[in-house]
Design a protein around this ligand. Structure first.
Ligand code: FEO
Length: 397
């Protein structure tokens, strides 16, 4: 890749890498389209590297760096985020560029010591600190808990480029091009919602604080650590992060259920059919034993209504549903409406346990929970339909 192919604007180059090998991000979240680890090199009077990449890709990374700067040394390594998908190559960079100065905030340096034991020249920045590279003038903004405590953003006032860390990122590797103007971005929008809901979802309030900090700042390019560089579609990307961090939802219902032999599943089917009859168009049914929680979370972030149901298992919730409920609760999602149902063979517990979960997390409930013994009866159909009707009315209001 020649220098011209890596150029974004000014003296800012893309030197990130694609991971099409890993199956699970954070060993949890599926990567059907891969993921990119983005890094940026500013080839100015002083050379600065913004974040690194997963250590597995260091050879490719170093090759890309050298394509841009040849044998020139890198003066600064700016660390916006310390999660190892970005910080993993710090030790190796330090080996190849021993005189490099690492730029981070106080919390960054605590983590560099803890993870890598790297001692280096360092510049510890605070909110609003600046760094002059010659042509590019950088300012640092602390954005804690988006989604780690040390997260910060770097803004270049010269070309109005924002290096945003994970913020505005998405799953999905890059196919040749990396700037939104030059690529088909269709696949990234769903992957952005899934990335946000899986990785950042709990931290709506810190994301809002970060967005407020950026408000009014002229931005012509967002260079995040995952996914395309945003130039043409900045407004759309910021809008998605704004809506998700406000926990805004669309009219629709996610039905999350577990079923061992298909009886509980028939409750879910009955509820879904009645929701549709009531005019609800967006209905997503997830069998927790089949759908990965990553996709279920994305839908929970999308839609206002959530209906949960499962059989009783060992006098508790069906374990796959319990795990799913815990993942939802961990994201502190707001403004959703819950309905629920459950089944049992000889002693009922599922409905009681879902009720306890809902009470503990203070979720708004709609309709009467439906409890079924063994299989569907005429009154079970009727109760499921009533629950669906109550949900349809609630989400439309
Ligand atoms: Fe992409 Fe929070 O690391």
């Amino acid at each position: 890749m020649g220098k011209d192919k890596t150029l974004i604007k000014g003296k800012v180059h893309y030197v990130g890498v694609n991971d099409r090998t890993k199956h699970l991000f954070e060993n949890m979240w599926p990567l059907p389209y891969g993921v990119s680890y983005n890094s940026y090199l500013i080839d100015d009077e002083k050379v600065a590297l913004v974040d690194t990449v997963d250590a597995c890709y260091f050879d490719v990374f170093l090759h890309k760096i050298k394509k841009v700067i040849g044998e020139r040394p890198i003066d600064y390594l700016i660390i916006n985020h310390m999660e190892p998908d970005h910080s993993g190559s710090i030790s190796l960079i330090k080996q190849y560029y021993p005189n490099i100065t690492i730029v981070g905030n106080k919390k960054t340096f605590d983590m560099i010591g803890g993870f890598y034991g790297v001692a280096s020249e360092q510049i510890c920045v605070a909110e609003g600190s600046t760094l002059d590279l010659g042509y590019h003038k950088l300012t640092f903004y602390l954005t804690p808990m988006v989604h780690w405590p040390e997260t910060m953003m770097t803004y270049d006032a010269t070309e109005q480029v924002l290096f945003s860390g994970d913020a505005f990122g998405c799953f999905g590797a890059l196919h040749g091009g990396f700037i939104d103007v030059r690529i088909n971005t269709d696949m990234y929008w769903d992957e952005m919602v899934r990335y946000y809901s899986n990785i950042v979802g709990k931290y709506g309030s810190p994301v809002q604080k970060a967005l407020q900090k950026l408000a009014g700042m002229p931005i012509t390019a967002i260079c995040s650590t995952h996914g395309p560089v945003w130039m043409e579609q900045i407004e759309k990307v910021v809008g998605i992060y704004n809506r998700l961090s406000l926990y805004e939802s669309e009219e629709g219902v996610v039905i999350i259920y577990g079923s061992m032999y298909g009886n509980t599943e028939q409750m879910a089917e009955s509820i879904a059919a009645e929701l549709s009859a009531q005019g609800v168009k967006n209905i997503v049914m997830h069998n927790v034993s089949k759908s990965h929680s990553s996709y279920i979370l994305a839908d929970v972030f999308k839609y206002k209504g959530i209906i949960v149901g499962c059989p009783t298992y060992n006098n508790q919730l069906y374990p796959e549903v319990e795990a799913m409920l815990n993942k939802i609760a961990a994201r502190d999602i707001k403004g959703r409406i819950f309905g629920y149902f459950g089944a049992f063979c000889w002693a009922g517990a599922a409905v009681k346990r879902i009720a306890e979960f809902i009470e503990k997390n203070k979720y708004e409930v709609v309709g009467e929970p439906v409890e079924m013994k063994q299989s569907m009866k005429p009154d079970t159909y009727e109760q499921c339909e009533k629950l669906a009707q109550a949900m349809a009315e609630a989400i439309k209001n």
